[in-house]
Design a protein around this ligand. Sequence first.
Ligand code: NAI
Length: 319
Amino acid sequence: MEPTQAGQVVVIGSGLIGRSWAMVFAGGGFRVKLYDIVQQQITSALEYISKEMKELENSGMLKGTLSAEKQFSLISGCTDLKTAVEGAMFIQECTPEKLELKKKIFGQLDLIVNNDVILSSSTSTLLPTKLFTGLKHVKQCIVSHPVNPPYYVPLVELVPHPETEPSTVDKTHALMKKIGQSPVRLTKEIDGFVLNRLQYAVISEAWRLVGEGVISPADLDLVMSDGLGMRYAFIGPLETMHLNAEGMTNYCERYREGMIHVLKTFGPVPDFSGEIEQQISRAMSEKTPADPEHLNARRAWRDECLMGLAKLKKQMKSN
Ligand code: NAI
């Protein structure tokens, strides 16, 4: 059987995020070249992917329409960059979060790619102007920031460089949709992109509330997991406003003053260190000791929950 999609994708770096991208692209029916400078990394990534795909198939959570065996056969490893990118239509870079390393890799790619391929980075913090400025193929460059683990959490933030062609953004958006991810477009770069800006706003208020003794760390987490988070898995904060009154205008009329009053009581940016850090660390470690065995077990449980939630979201959408 032929792959369902024409075109080949290259994933550069076969670590945590690279192997997950490889699975997502293969799930969408694309042939994937997994490139790394460390052969052992590729070998262990392929072993991991093969095992994961079989488990996902057994639990009914494998993405796409192809069997695990077929999807796995679409992925091949490669340690030569030039060979890897030959005939590629999309390149997803997933190397460690180091500016100089990523600049070097995009510089190398710039010399060997054609004018059609899209050069995309998984970076979670580096701005496109830092990564891509000066490249000959800057029009084809974009940040596609996934959320860990991308296989279960589909959001991808698309962040263009000021010189990125609109068609690069459109094509990346279409590709992400095709492989079952949920892309969002940022019109310009901003520190933290959007996801981390929202996340840090929540983290900093959580830190202040615990620091001021208003609530315990365990109860703070419950406010999110058994409160806000329940609906945020289905509707965002803006739609929440719209639904929590007779529409957005009515919400603002009712709650504008109250929101501004509360927001003005927010404290300064925490330093995330010292006594409060120790207090929160102790509380978190009571539940999950910070050693690899306990952390990995809890991560596996989290991923299982996310898988169940992904299933539920799929069901709810089709209703
Ligand atoms: P990782 O450390 O697990 O994997 C990096 C891989 O890159 C390794 O396999 C390494 O051998 C390889 N590598 C190193 N130098 C290379 C080179 N010159 N050419 C090719 N491969 C090379 O890192 P991880 O966690 O997968 O992160 C990758 C990127 O994804 C980073 O930019 C990170 O910010 C971003 N990201 C990470 C998330 C996370 O939760 N881990 C979430 C979203 C984005």
